[in-house]
Write a protein that binds this ligand. Structure first.
Ligand code: PXP
Length: 238
């Protein structure tokens, strides 16, 4: 069974909407851990729009499962990550104006920079993963650099409007995953996976971990809303 990494950025996004402390990102991570997920994923963005510096310090201190820090290769963020020492970093492209990570990293274009950053993390025993599209050329470039883990971007698959394009996108993911695994690379996948589309991806033989955020946090709103209303009513009635 593939492992599950839960991305808690979306909890921090809700917190930032009011600029206060609720809902707590660390509390969310601890609930995910208690529920049995395998890792916590958090993206420390350059603009700190959701997860912030103290969140990542607290996560490192308080969770007992693997901490996968999603990040760009911006030197400031690299320095923070090296000091922090998460179990894994997942290197992603980052644009200020995007709503979420839109595409995979262009490993071929940034080969030199990525090789440098990867060496720095390797020295500290921090696993390095790159978030890439289902593209064998990108996978070959990651292998050339010495990266041992890839996360295949499932965004196009998740956004597919009909069955035909969904199965075309699925095939690309499956082929790329099989190719990478045949070269000894650990293969993860994520982005846009939800309760309707996760099964085929989870069924890809040998896939290591699925990283999922938005759909889990969205569902949590509805699985928790009934009780939240009842708890408030109980307080009011007192
Ligand atoms: N993996 C990576 C590298 C991501 O950037 C994201 C989104 O932050 C996810 C997984 C999770 O995507 P989603 O929130 O759509 O499940």
């Amino acid at each position: 069974m593939p492992k599950l990494g839960v991305n808690i950025d979306h909890v921090a996004t809700l917190r930032q909407a009011r600029g206060g402390v609720e809902p707590g990102a660390i509390e969310a991570a601890l609930i995910c851990e208690k529920a049995g997920c395998d890792s916590i994923v958090a993206h420390l963005r350059e603009d700190r729009r959701h997860i912030n510096d103290s969140d990542v310090i607290e996560l490192r201190r308080r969770i007992n499962i693997r901490f996968n820090l999603e990040m760009s290769i911006n030197p400031e963020i690299v320095a923070i990550a090296l000091k922090l020492g998460p179990d894994q970093v997942t290197l992603v492209p980052e644009k200020r104006r995007e709503l979420t990570t839109e595409g995979g990293l262009n490993v071929i274009k940034f080969e030199k920079k990525l090789a440098k950053v990867t060496a720095l993390f390797n020295e500290k025993d921090i696993d390095v993963s790159v978030f890439i599209g289902p593209d064998k050329k990108e996978i070959r470039s990651a292998i050339y650099i010495g990266i041992g883990i890839i996360e295949i971007h499932t965004g196009e698959y998740s956004l597919a409007k009909d069955k035909k394009s969904m199965s075309k996108e699925f095939k690309k993911i499956e082929d790329s995953a099989e190719y990478a695994m045949s070269k000894g690379i650990i293969v993860n996948a994520g982005h846009g996976l939800n309760y309707m589309n996760v099964k085929p991806i989870a069924n890809i033989k040998g896939i290591n971990e699925l990283n999922i955020g938005h759909s889990i946090i969205s569902r949590a709103v509805f699985t928790g809303l009934y009780k939240a209303v009842r708890d408030m009513q109980a307080l009011i009635s007192e």
